[in-house]
Design a protein around this ligand. Sequence first.
Ligand SMILES: NC(=O)c1ccc[n+]([C@@H]2O[C@H](COP(=O)([O-])OP(=O)(O)OC[C@H]3O[C@@H](n4cnc5c(N)ncnc54)[C@H](O)[C@@H]3O)[C@@H](O)[C@H]2O)c1
Length: 446
Amino acid sequence: MKRRTFTKSTSMALAGATLASPAILRAGSKKGSELRIGFIGTGLRGRNHVRNMIVEEGVKCVAICDIDPNAVEETKKLFDKYKVDQPKVYGEHEYSYRDMLEKEELDAVMIAPNWKWHTPMCLDAMEAGVFTGVEVSGAFSLDECWDLVNTHERTGTHLMFMENVCYRRDVMAVLNMVRDNVFGELLHLRCGYMHDLRHVKFDDGNGGLAFGEKGFAEARWRTEHNLRRNGDLYPTHGLGPISTMIDMNRGNRLVSISTFATKSRSLKNYVANHPKGGENHPYTQLDWQLGDVVTSTITTANGETIMVTHDTNTARPYSLDFRVHGVGGIIDFDYGTQRIHVEGTTEAHSWEDANPWLKKYDHPLWKEFGEMAREAGHGGMDFFLDRQFIQSAKDDTPPMIDVYDAATMRSITPLSEASIRQGGAVQQIPDFTEGKWMTRKPVFAL
Ligand SMILES: NC(=O)c1ccc[n+]([C@@H]2O[C@H](COP(=O)([O-])OP(=O)(O)OC[C@H]3O[C@@H](n4cnc5c(N)ncnc54)[C@H](O)[C@@H]3O)[C@@H](O)[C@H]2O)c1
């Protein structure tokens, strides 16, 4: 992708798309023309963000921080590839990111390491007064969710939760349909994260089996969670899109959750059947805690229920399994499934193909920038996500998916773990807005 000017694309958006989300692409910045960004954690995902942001004019990536020299080398290659100035590198030790925050006079920071670092790094970045973006994860405790909210409120520093699936083309089309009342008043929604990650969890980078210190990329840290935890470990790719449709924290809120898990079989079987594994492999002997399929039911203040599934270990195709169901209609949509029933339009008791509906309600941003977005990753949604981050940081305005949304969605993980431990007992989901949800207005993609 060629370098292009931020302001040029912005004026195109304003000219072409009346409904386009102006906050994604509006010109101008309170901070002047150049946004100074630093990146913490430049592994596989962090490098996606680096790549998307260094091609934007008006953005200067001044520093990166990663404790893995390999990740640093791979990141530096991107700067050569796109012919931009090399950043300053930090990463001598696990807290080097603090030196970066202190010394670099950053306007914004993107945080994308493994999960355990998300909260401490966000807290330090907000304390430093740097507009903060953080990759998705579930929390370890409710306390850390409150820490995010309290630190934001005390420092006034904004935090953007980088939930990219909210920007998926079909998701934004269905959001438009919800807002146009195609399904009537909402009753029930479904979503989840079903992604066979077994090969990722044991990847040693060489065709063998390893996790922990000898693992490659996510195998270094993600697999351990499967060994020790049982809950919805990754709720936000499903819940993020649904949260925009139900106006979560903006006229509605999540109230309670109850979670159940199946037995755990698939990781053991994977190792036992792997050419480099076998029945006697040490990993086959491990007592994996994570149930293969974890199912939560969430209730909302406005009377909807949401079913959320987590499954990253079974043999199955990728799916986020979206369903939106109102009193006047229902849609199932995902890769491979697009079916809809709208009362009064669709023949009674039958489904129709949802694709014409998705096309009709295609969001103006996608119509305008769909082609340009394609190279950015994950089918283009990362283009909109990263541009939103840049624009919100430039303006220093509250992000559309903010600290309250981050706290709420991340809280699902510890709450689901607690529920499973208590045999499915209902857990109350804290109101992280402390009542502000009643007056906050929907903003996403408007
Ligand atoms: N939104 C998406 O579509 C998407 C896709 C993949 C991953 N993710 C999320 O992105 C995050 C990173 O995932 P990944 O696949 O890039 O993992 P990864 O293991 O490839 O990269 C993590 C990087 O963080 C670095 N790191 C760890 N501790 C650090 C510290 N103290 N200081 C500096 N660097 C440190 C590691 O060295 C590594 O390079 C996770 O939260 C993951 O869930 C999101």
